[in-house]
Structures are given as C-alpha cells and as structure tokens.
Design a protein around this ligand. Structure first.
Ligand code: SAM
Length: 291
C-alpha cells in the first residue's frame, strides 16, 4: 500500500524483479493499493493519477486490472487497487492470505502528539502509542522522524505489519497494513479495535482482501463501536478473490457535522448483502479493468 508522502513506491518494482530473478523466483501475483491522496497534486510521476500508476504497472505485468472503489458521496475516500496474475499460480492458504489495510484521518490530538519528538517521549513512540500492543509477538523495526512522524515495519515468520503516521494537525493521517496473520485466532474485529485505540481517528477506511469471498463473513462483522459505517463495497477481483472496502466516521464527529444527507447511513453489512443480491458482489462505484 502506498501511504502518505511523496515516495515513488512503484519505482521499487525493477529492483524487486531483479532480486527475485537472482533467486530464480517468478511472479505469481501482484497487488498495489492506496486510498485517495490528501495532496494529489504534490505527487510525483508515476503517482500523479491512478491511470498513470496503472500504465506504469502494466509496463511490467501482463493482464493487470485496476479498480476504483468508493461512494460518490465521499469522493475523497476512494480505494484504488491494481491486481495482476503471473504465469504460475500460488498455492494459497486462504486464512493467511487475508490482507488488512486501514487508512485513518483526523487523528485524536492527544494520540497524535505522541508522534512529535518534543512530546517528551523520545525513542518511545512505539510503546507510548500502543503500537507494540497491536500484535505483541511482531518484531518491530521503527523510525521516528524529526520533528514528527513515524514509520514501522514488523515481521513474524511469514507475517508482516506496517504503520506510517503523519501527526500534523489539519492533515493528520495513519495507515496500518497486515498480512500473513492467522486471522482465525487473531480475529479482524479485535485487531481493528487495537489499531483504532492507538489513533482514535475521526474517519477511517478498512480494505480486506481475501482469496475467497465466503471467508469474509467468518473474519469480519463490519461493526465498530463508536463509529458509523458510511459505505461498503464488495468487489470480486480478476484472477480470483475479492476486496471489501468500508468507510467509517466517528459517531460523535458525524453528529457534530450532521446534515440530513449524512444521516442516511447504511450498515455495511446490508450494503454487502444488497450488492451480493444484485449480482454476486458489485462495486457501488467502480471503473474497472480496461485502463
Ligand atoms: C511517516 S512519514 C512517511 C513518509 C512517506 N513514506 C513518504 O512518502 O515520504 C511522514 C511524516 O514524517 C514527517 N517527516 C519528517 N521528515 C520527513 C522526511 N524527511 N521525509 C518524509 N516525511 C518526513 C512528515 O512531516 C510526516 O509527518
């Protein structure tokens, strides 16, 4: 997942392919994803638009498909996902292949303050924020930016998790991604709750990518205490599997911002069920495939 900032993430592809080739490893599957950029016009090539990102990815991979998911009511909360399949298909462990991605904005100010160097907790952002408690068994390699900001990557066997935080008021943002976890024992709901506790965002999105659609009902109820689900989209992906994308707003902030239109909320579960009824899962808003 590309997070905040102007990193040219896709420029890592040639190097990754070169390293894979040196180990005689072939591409089995490709996935690139991101939310809507807060400062889209500040992004460098090849991230100036989703179309440009797809064109760049297609220059390396065959049979790629791009999906834009979201609700037209919230144009700044879209989910962009690109998938491609290689010539050899992976043997998938369905549970371990569940991927969780969260984008959080409007972080609670006290929670965000932890990610400033001058907050008196130098070297302790991981502990003070509670990030070390999200998956306590993960071995964390963290980095504290000066004067503020935080990134960490964590591993445990074949599983990984990663967190990136921009704490500045007005455009605060945190991202969380995890894959390779035993979701059956960890549980998506408790995991999402632990992530939210670190940041208490005003809004957040959850994207869950699964190798098979049925699995989702087992791992995620879509209910998050204190938050209102504003939209939910279920999208089957080329090559198999699907992604489900939900957007939430904190209830107390949603009430403060409340307009009559904002009150017309649908539970994400209902949305997913309705979508399934009309055609096995269709994105509420998608431009798919033929980029
Ligand atoms: C968590 S980092 C993420 C950087 C991101 N991977 C990128 O594309 O640059 C972003 C936060 O670190 C802060 N920061 C401080 N020094 C920075 C630097 N040299 N590069 C990027 N972000 C920096 C930003 O103000 C922001 O709060």
């Amino acid at each position: 997942m590309k997070t905040c900032g102007t990193t040219k993430l896709l420029h890592s592809i040639p190097q990754i392919l070169k390293l894979a080739d040196s180990l005689s490893l072939a591409v089995q599957s490709v996935r690139y994803s991101r939310g809507t950029f807060i400062f889209e016009n500040s992004q460098p090539a090849p991230h100036r638009s989703f179309a440009e990102e797809i064109a760049y990815l297609n220059s390396f991979f065959k049979n790629g498909s791009g999906y834009l998911l979201g609700d037209p009511k919230f144009p700044n909360r879209n989910w962009h996902i690109y998938v491609a399949v290689g010539d050899s298909q992976p043997a998938v462990n369905p549970t371990a292949a569940v991927n969780l991605e969260m984008c959080m904005t409007g972080l609670d100010r006290e929670k965000a303050a932890v990610f400033f160097k001058n907050s008196g907790c130098d070297g302790e952002m991981t502990k003070k924020s509670g990030i070390n408690q999200i998956i306590p068994s993960h071995e964390i390699c963290d980095f504290e930016f000066d004067p503020c900001g935080y990134s960490m990557n964590a591993i445990e066997g074949a599983a990984y998790s990663t967190v990136h935080v921009t704490p500045e008021d007005g455009f605060s943002y945190a991202s969380y991604e995890a894959m390779g976890l035993d979701m059956g024992s960890i549980g998506l709901n408790p995991l999402v709750k632990r992530v939210l506790k670190c940041f208490e965002p005003g809004q957040f999105s959850v994207a869950v990518t699964c190798p098979g659609g049925g699995l989702l009902e087992d791992v995620w109820s879509g209910d998050v205490e204190g938050y209102m689900c504003e939209s939910g989209v279920l999208q089957p992906l080329a090559g198999g599997g699907c992604v489900v994308y939900w957007c939430f707003t904190a209830k107390e902030r949603a009430e403060m911002l409340c307009t009559p239109a904002k009150l017309v909320m649908q539970c994400c579960k209902e949305v997913a069920e309705e979508e399934a009824e009309v055609g096995g899962g269709v994105a509420a808003f998608s431009c798919v495939g033929s980029f």
